[in-house]
Design a binder for this molecule. Structure first.
Ligand code: COA
Length: 415
């Protein structure tokens, strides 16, 4: 079976998470992704958060599957010459260096475009043009700058970052969309273009409901679905909403059987308006179904704390799985809070390829997250991440270097 991006060659000049998460997706779609790393150190994540001595870390392996890897010192004339040859030979160059690093290397957009007018240059930076454009960035920097931290956490607590890597992998996803679109547009124009994504913008895009709420708050002075609506106060910015639902259906995090000892014995429960009669039946409050004090969302809003407490009396009599099963018989939207331990063993996630085991030549078998986008004509076999410099020789051969020339480059520390 052919792959969606078969034939597309990508120079993967990325490191850490944001860039690698993008190029890994493109590799899973069938592109030939050539990861270029510094001689010696390589991608810093190879040796970060190590759990097995002398083996690439899970941090690295889980972001660099299905790629080829070469080492290259692009700050030598010979290294720069090889990079230039690759630019002539490939379709896309993806990078997430600090602002200005690629230019300082002599690889400006003008240079790339002159060498290969069909090439797409795709970059992730912490910030877009403006006062922070020269700043370096990591995940939580972006979560703070993109509006996630100020709107996450509990009512009276400090701003909070989320475990989902919306700044890094979120930027990778946005960049992948830009690259695929630029490849599509190239069919019509014959020319490449520059695709830029800032981590701040990516987080902001994922936080757009909070920008919606900022404007609602400015107009009306209240946000009815926020916990502050019941007995609290609003000021002039969107507050932290705890576990309240971000949408129009009130939601709550409710204890289930075993919560005293299991920190994840919880279920997230939504009071979807259409499901109100079913909710009342399940928890044994049939009198609430037609009662004017309860039967419309506006009547329930001021009593939400009491209603969730009553529902929780019911959920505490069930395990989170029993509750999920019973509630779904009535089409009541909810989810058990799943731990990573539960997710790693989840049969459905394994059957669908969303959780997969991979064999690595040094570290052996480990588990990773598979391709989240399922396509009927694009199956994905997840292969191990490359060892540092594993394909340097092969790739230089493809560029026309013979063994003697390659040995010379190695002696000079270029590769
Ligand atoms: N050969 C020679 N030099 C190389 C090289 C290679 N193959 N690969 C990288 N380098 C050089 C760079 O040119 C740069 O040199 P310079 O500072 O002299 O210009 C140097 O290595 C360091 O690169 P840099 O990107 O600045 O790394 P850093 O460790 O200082 O910063 C980040 C790391 C992540 C903070 C920074 O890259 C960044 O802000 N990136 C953009 C946002 C981003 O993606 N953040 C990470 C999200 S996971």
């Amino acid at each position: 079976m052919s792959k969606a991006l078969e034939g597309i060659k990508i120079i993967d000049f990325t490191h850490v998470q944001s860039g690698p998460s993008c190029t890994q997706l493109l590799a899973w779609l069938g592109a030939d992704v050539i990861k270029i790393e510094r001689v010696g150190d390589g991608d810093g994540t190879r040796k970060q958060l190590c759990d097995i001595a002398n083996a690439d870390s899970l941090y690295f392996t889980m972001l660099n599957h299905n790629k080829r890897a070469m080492t290259l010192n692009t700050k030598t004339p010979e290294g720069l010459d090889i990079l230039n040859r690759l630019i002539g030979h490939c379709d896309v160059l993806v990078e997430n260096f600090a602002p200005g690093a690629l230019d300082r290397m002599g690889v400006t957009w003008e240079h790339i475009h002159a060498l290969n007018p069909r090439m797409i240059l795709a970059s992730v930076k912490g910030f877009g043009p403006g006062r922070y454009q020269a700043c370096k960035a990591y995940e939580n920097v972006a979560q703070c700058a993109g509006g996630a931290a100020s709107t996450t956490g509990f009512e009276y607590g400090a701003p909070m970052v989320t475990g989902a890597q919306i700044g890094d992998s979120g930027s990778g996803l946005h960049l992948a969309l830009g690259i695929v679109s630029a490849l599509f547009q190239r069919h019509a124009t014959g020319r490449g273009q520059k695709v830029s994504v800032s981590m701040q913008d990516s987080v902001l895009n994922l936080c757009r409901v909070k920008l919606r709420d900022q404007q609602r708050l400015e107009r009306t002075g209240v946000l009815e679905e926020y916990p502050q609506f019941i007995g609290g106060e609003f000021n002039d910015t969107v507050p932290r909403a705890g576990n309240a639902s971000g949408g129009g259906q009130p939601g709550g995090m409710l204890k289930c059987k075993g919560w005293e000892t299991d920190p994840n014995a919880y279920i997230y429960f939504l009071i979807q308006a259409a499901a109100w009669p079913s909710i009342c039946k399940v928890i044994g409050e049939n009198s609430w179904i037609d009662n004017d004090d309860f039967n419309v969302p506006a009547a329930r809003l001021p009593k939400l704390n009491m209603i969730f407490k009553r529902i929780e009396q019911w959920t505490m009599t069930k395990t989170k799985y029993e509750a999920m099963e019973l509630l779904n018989q009535y089409d009541i939207p909810c989810s058990p809070v799943l731990s990573m331990k539960e997710i790693i063993n989840d049969e459905s996630l394994r059957a669908s390829g969303s959780i997969v085991d991979v064999d690595h030549p040094v570290r052996g078998k480990y588990t990773t997250v598979g391709m989240p986008v399922k396509m009927s004509a694009n199956t994905v076999d997840i292969t191990a991440s490359p060892l540092q410099g594993e394909h340097t020789h092969h790739i230089l051969h493809e560029l026309g270097f013979n063994d003697r020339a390659i040995a010379l480059l190695r002696n000079k520390g270029v590769i």
